[in-house]
Design a protein around this ligand. Structure first.
Ligand code: WT7
Length: 676
């Protein structure tokens, strides 16, 4: 019998076997043009200079009235940033750019259908559309400052136009990811208390014109059952004046936006002077348990942080063509497609569809045609692009100066492909670590100042002071070689203000574990718990290993799923890898490894053995998988996260549960058959 090892680690700790990668330095060309090249920024934003340092971010914005107090902690941990200040987000993203840039493109819209080409919305046109929509929302829909409105919109310019129209009026928008169901929209309508739903009739996805309007009917009916009446449904048409859905309009409730807008032709609406701490929007995020949490983001703090990080980390200049591939239905899209880039007067790309539709070169053609020079996406998309077309980027004449990876840890192998093939060795990469709750980046390199390290998010952002605690609240020092719970010692402007309508849950979830005194009004007593496991290297760079619960305990060794997966990706054949724990009488649990292959490679026992050997080689025999399953594709959510829970259920011969919300439910059956 294998001996069970007794290891002196607490619950939070994960032994870290991931090898440190070599540093990669930015080019002199990048540094020469960068927005932030002054290394003293880290001193200016030291804890000693907190919170006044954040004036530097707020000064990027235009204020109607400057604040009296930079940070009010009297209701800690619900903080008020820039208290007494007044501004409007719509004004900052649109009006203030007209003097200089009215004829410049604000939004490049790319239809999924190639034959529909590109649409370029100038700042002047954005101004006109936002004003007319704001007038409609105010007069026709009766919305006013402080009201919540649910948006369930796909990726077209109508979405930022609607968001900015809401912001102009001080109406709190709550955009639900377009791919989500009618039920998901209903839950959010109910929680936010929305009486208006703004939706669309249809949009393209994978070459099909999907009926979106049907979800609105489901959402409104379900909300009504729970006592939340939606009295107006505003429907943007994919083709104005043309019906693109078989779902009928409900008389007296549903209205086509483009019809009603005719009554507001030429209308102009004065932006509301919002208090800095007034909420700008809600963004719902799911936890592992319980109903989705409505993260409430404020106007002044959020916008200052989105603009500041867009300027210093994304290195956005007004002359840049910037493409973030996320969906605006996620926080990434709010901060880094809409609010950040537009606050800086840049040209932001909105692409309706799938990055690999209709072929592996589509994304790179878009980059070439629009001369995109800043590119922003997630490891899941990078892996997908690498899988379908590892040599495609070289075929197109585009040149990025800057690329971002966000959303999950990136395997160093994937990072290197991104750097070499997509970035052509010319673009710097920032690995930005943050969350829906945090509004903007927590960790990242400042690209002209700090070198890159593949697989590592880098140091805390200026003014963000991360700390790693073990379960007892003891600090794990730099270079400790074990992971713990990464927390942030101080508040920052982009941080959410509360969970909509549930202050207790906000306090309990994010501060309950490490708060030193729940009656304290001193921010030092309220470290923010991210819920992620991370390790800090000797150079101060943080490597995030995933959610605290994404760990596998083999014979008392706590292994991060991500480091096991990274080891599998060392094999050139492997496109994606996911590890799940399987119960084992002796070892407690053992890892099952699921992999999908790049095109041109076939599954074989030899390959499975090679992958198994790679894990032993990279991490140690402790990591030897119970079984390597070579599958056609990974079960994934619509946002591209691999559903390890489903793979785990299959490996443990359990119930996979409801899979219909997946992007590809059919692969679950195929994998189940393989495992029988
Ligand atoms: C969780 C937040 C951040 C916007 C998109 C996702 C993971 C995020 C990284 C990164 C390692 C990362 C964390 C975090 N995560 N970025 N660069 N490296 N992990 O927002 O849906 O709120 O998810 O994503 O686990 O807690 P989200």
């Amino acid at each position: 019998m294998a001996e069970k090892e007794v290891v002196e680690t607490s619950e939070a700790q994960i032994a870290v076997h991931w090898k440190e990668e070599d540093l990669v330095y930015p080019s002199p060309q990048f540094i020469a043009q960068a927005n932030m090249t002054d290394p003293e920024i880290y001193d200016r934003f030291s804890l000693d200079n907190f919170p006044n340092c954040f004036k530097e971010y707020a000064d990027i914005l235009t204020w109607y009235k400057y604040w009296d107090e930079i940070l009010d902690t009297s209701d800690a941990p619900c903080y008020k940033w820039f208290k007494g200040g007044q501004l409007n987000a719509s004004y900052n993203c649109v009006d203030r750019h007209l003097a200089e840039f009215k004829n410049k493109t604000a939004i490049h819209f790319v239809s999924e259908l190639i034959e529909e080409g590109y649409e370029h919305v100038t700042f002047q046109e954005l101004y006109v559309r936002v004003n007319e929509m704001a007038a409609l929302l105010k007069d026709f829909a009766g919305l006013k400052r402080g009201d919540r409105v649910t948006l369930h919109l796909p990726m077209t310019p109508d979405l930022p136009v609607t968001m900015l129209a809401c912001a102009r009026l001080g109406v709190i928008h709550s955009q639900v990811f377009g791919g989500f169901s009618g039920k998901a929209a209903a839950d959010r309508i109910i929680d936010s208390g929305s009486r208006v739903l703004i939706t669309a009739d249809a949009y393209y996805r994978g070459g099909n014109l999907l009926d979106h309007k049907q979800k609105a009917d489901i959402a409104v009916d379900m909300a009504k059952e729970e006592g939340q009446v939606v009295d107006k449904v505003l429907v943007w048409q994919r083709y104005p004046g043309k019906n693109s859905t078989p779902t009928p309009m409900v008389e007296g409730r549903d209205y086509f936006v483009n019809d009603v807008l005719k009554d507001y032709y030429g209308a102009r609406v004065e932006p509301e002077k919002m208090n800095a701490e007034d909420p700008l929007f809600l963004m719902y995020t799911s936890g592992t348990t319980g109903k989705p949490k409505g993260c409430q983001h404020g106007t002044g703090g959020y916008l200052a942080y989105a603009a500041g990080t867009s300027k210093f980390v994304q290195d956005i200049h007004p002359t840049d063509a910037y493409w973030c591939m996320a969906d605006i239905g996620w926080i990434t899209g709010h901060s880094y497609i809409v609010y950040g880039p537009l606050a800086l007067g840049a040209s932001t790309v909105i692409y309706e569809g799938i990055p690999t539709y209709p072929d592996a070169g589509r994304s790179w053609r878009i980059a070439q045609d629009l001369d995109v020079n800043i590119f922003h996406t997630a490891p899941t998309a990078i892996r997908a692009l690498r899988k379908v077309g590892p040599d495609e980027p070289a075929k197109y004449n585009y040149h990025f100066k800057h690329m971002t990876t966000v959303g999950e840890p990136i395997e160093p192998e994937v990072w290197k492909w991104y750097y070499k093939e997509v970035g052509k060795g010319e673009a710097i990469i920032v690995d930005t670590y943050w969350q829906t709750e945090t509004g903007g980046f927590l960790c990242s390199t400042l690209p002209a100042i700090k070198p890159m390290k593949p697989g590592s998010a880098g140091p805390g952002m200026p003014g963000i002071h991360p700390i790693i605690f073990d379960d007892d609240g003891k600090t794990l020092e730099e270079g400790a070689g074990i992971a713990g719970n990464i927390c942030i010692q101080n508040p920052w402007p982009g941080m959410f203000q509360t969970i909509w309508g549930d202050r207790d849950r906000f306090v309990e979830t994010y501060f309950g574990r490490y708060c030193k005194d729940i009656n304290s009004k001193d921010w030092r007593d309220w470290p923010y718990m991210t819920g992620d496991a991370a390790v800090q290297a000797e150079d101060g760079y943080f490597r995030v290993l995933g959610r605290i619960d994404d760990v596998i305990n083999v014979s008392g060794h706590r292994l991060g799923t991500k480091e096991l997966e990274s080891a599998a990706l060392v094999c050139v054949e492997v496109a994606e890898a996911a590890v799940v724990p399987v119960s084992d009488d002796i070892k407690g649990v053992v890892p099952d490894m699921y992999v999908s292959l790049k095109p041109g490679y076939d599954a074989s026992d030899e390959l499975a053995a090679k992958i198994s050997a790679a894990l032993c080689e990279e991490i140690g025999p402790i990591a030897k998988p119970n079984k390597v399953w070579i599958v056609p594709d990974m079960p994934k959510t619509r946002s591209g996260k691999i559903m390890r829970r489903i793979l785990g259920a299959i490996s443990n011969k359990g119930d996979v549960g409801d899979v219909m919300t997946l992007a590809n439910p059919e692969v679950v059956e195929i994998i189940k058959k393989m495992a029988e």
